[in-house]
Design a protein around this ligand. Structure first.
Ligand code: UD1
Ligand code: CA
Length: 479
């Protein structure tokens, strides 16, 4: 097989998105549309990926700075053919170019491979669309040979009846492609240089070649030189509509998002996950799962999340870049972001676990507890209404309701260290930097500003409890 170049067309504004953002930066499953296409391209192992960009150029370049891509600017968007013309100087000799569209995010690697396998000079990925409006139609002659692609706007009423459409994904041998692109004109309904016009050119050259071969029958080898070689215009008909559907408006985007999510949910179920409703889960990244994982409705997973065996995730959790070890229960409405949760722990409902937090095994984090950059060791419990930030919490610590580590003085952040077996009474403030020694008890309602020694009770409250005899509640003043 020829060396492979891939050109991705991504210069269009996407007028129908009604957005200031370039279309290819709109996200599907948490990633820009163009990222999906680039990922597909990379799996085909090309010698080169060239992206033709234009509208919103800076933003597009910035979003893909991490990718190894040849960027080509199309300053004016004069059509798909004009877009590919911009890439011509970067194409390799003796290679085949696969042209992809930046707004077709679910394109399958398999379809591309099949198309490339069939392509000699030119190959088209087509699709039979019951409602083909808007698409370029594949024109075939009585022998079924492709003769042209006619854009919807240029098609006659009769041609518009044709259900086989151009997906926009086209493969062509570079030497021919260069030759055809040079001859494009914009003499059509949209005043654009259509990439699709190369099909009719190829067909015409093919017919010329046939005639010349016939004229030349006396010659010993049947044909002489490139111009007399017969072309084949190969077609691969995709069977999967979503994989060839382009995003033109927000509705298309939402429709494809649902397709993507349903497929992801199916793959999770096939891997053994119990989803209480496969239509109500969103994975915007990669979710890896162990055995006997159960996920209730409305959960969102972002980035890289791994969930070990026997984990249960309650309804409406949002979990991002996290590891959850086996046997842990995450109760509903919990948010976890860049954190690790140990095995057999119980988190939530309504817990918020923020970046840098690591919980060891058998920890309990209850409702309305916020943890940030906290390392909590085995068996410790923070069950109600607390903020624990920039803290190290030892083993078997019990932190009472309403405890706050005051880690920030308005300018700098400081750590709180709570050693093993500490008991912190409710409504305590620990003013960092501060250390509570092993086995210490802090009385409820204390504001701890200095280190608390191990094994002792430390308290800091108003000295005595007073009751005022004869005190009266204020009454409402009559106007
Ligand atoms: C195109 C095809 C049509 C096919 C359809 C499939 C042509 C002329 N038409 O039509 O046959 O059925 O896709 O979705 O090729 N782009 C550029 N520069 C430009 C114009 C477009 O980079 O000057 C990019 C767009 O950003 C987009 C892609 O090319 O990613 C397709 O362009 P679009 O205008 O959406 O083409 P369609 O009219 O949908
Ligand atoms: Ca389109």
């Amino acid at each position: 097989m020829n060396k492979l170049n891939i050109v991705i067309l991504a210069a269009g504004k996407g007028t129908r998105m009604h957005s200031n953002k370039p279309k290819v930066l709109h996200q599907l499953a948490g990633k820009p549309l163009l990222q999906h296409v680039i990922n597909c391209a990379k799996q085909l192992d090309p010698a080169k990926i060239i992206v033709v960009y234009g509208y919103g150029g800076e933003a597009v370049l910035h979003a893909f700075a991490h990718e190894n891509i040849t960027w080509v600017e199309q300053i004016e968007q004069l059509g798909t053919g004009h877009a590919v013309q911009q890439a011509l100087p970067h194409l390799d000799e003796n290679a085949t170019t696969l042209i992809l569209l930046g707004d077709v995010p679910l394109l399958s690697v398999e379809s591309c491979k099949k198309l490339l396998d069939k392509t000699e000079e030119l190959g088209l990925l087509t699709f039979i669309k019951p409602d083909p409006a808007g698409y370029g139609r594949i024109i075939r002659n009585s022998e079924g040979i492709v003769t042209a692609i006619i854009e919807h706007k240029d098609a006659t009423a009769q041609q518009r009846e044709i259900k086989e459409v151009n997906t926009g994904i086209i493969a062509a041998e570079n030497r021919h492609l260069a030759n055809w692109l040079k001859r494009l004109t914009n003499n059509n309904a949209q005043g654009e240089y259509y990439l699709t016009d190369i099909v009719a050119m190829a067909k015409l050259e093919d017919e010329t070649a046939v005639r010349e071969i016939a004229d030349d029958e006396s010659s010993s080898d049947g044909w002489i030189g490139l111009s007399k070689k017969r072309y084949t215009i190969a077609t691969e008909i995709s069977q999967d509509e979503a994989s060839v559907t382009g995003v033109n408006c927000k509705k298309d985007l939402a429709d494809l998002e649902r397709v993507y999510q349903k497929r992801y949910a199916d793959s999770l179920m096939l891997a053994g996950v119990t989803l209480l409703d496969p239509l109500r889960i969103d994975v915007r990244g990669e979710l890896s799962v162990g055995k006997d994982v159960e996920i209730d409705v409305g959960c969102v997973f972002e980035g890289k999340v791994s969930i070990a065996d026997n984990v249960k995730i309650g309804a409406y959790c949002v979990i991002k870049d996290a590891e959850i070890a086996s046997g842990t229960i995450i109760a509903p409405f919990t948010h976890i972001d860049q954190a690790k949760i140990g095995n057999n722990s119980r988190i939530g409902p309504y817990a918020r676990i923020r970046p840098g937090t690591t919980l060891a095994a058998e920890t309990h984090i209850g409702n309305f507890v916020e943890l940030k950059n906290a390392q909590v060791d085995i068996g410790s419990k923070i069950n109600h209404l607390s903020y624990v930030g920039d803290s190290t919490v030892g083993k078997n610590v019990n932190i009472g309701a309403g405890t706050i580590t005051c880690n920030y003085d308005g300018a700098n952040k400081f750590r709180t260290i709570i050693e093993d077996d500490v008991f912190v009474g409710s409504d305590t403030q620990l003013i960092a930097p501060v250390t509570v020694g092993k086995g210490a008890t802090i009385a409820a309602g204390s504001t701890i500003t200095r280190d608390a020694p191990a094994d002792q009770l430390t308290l800091c409250r108003a000295k005595e409890q007073k009751s005022i005899v004869g005190w009266k509640r204020p009454v409402k003043i009559k106007k």
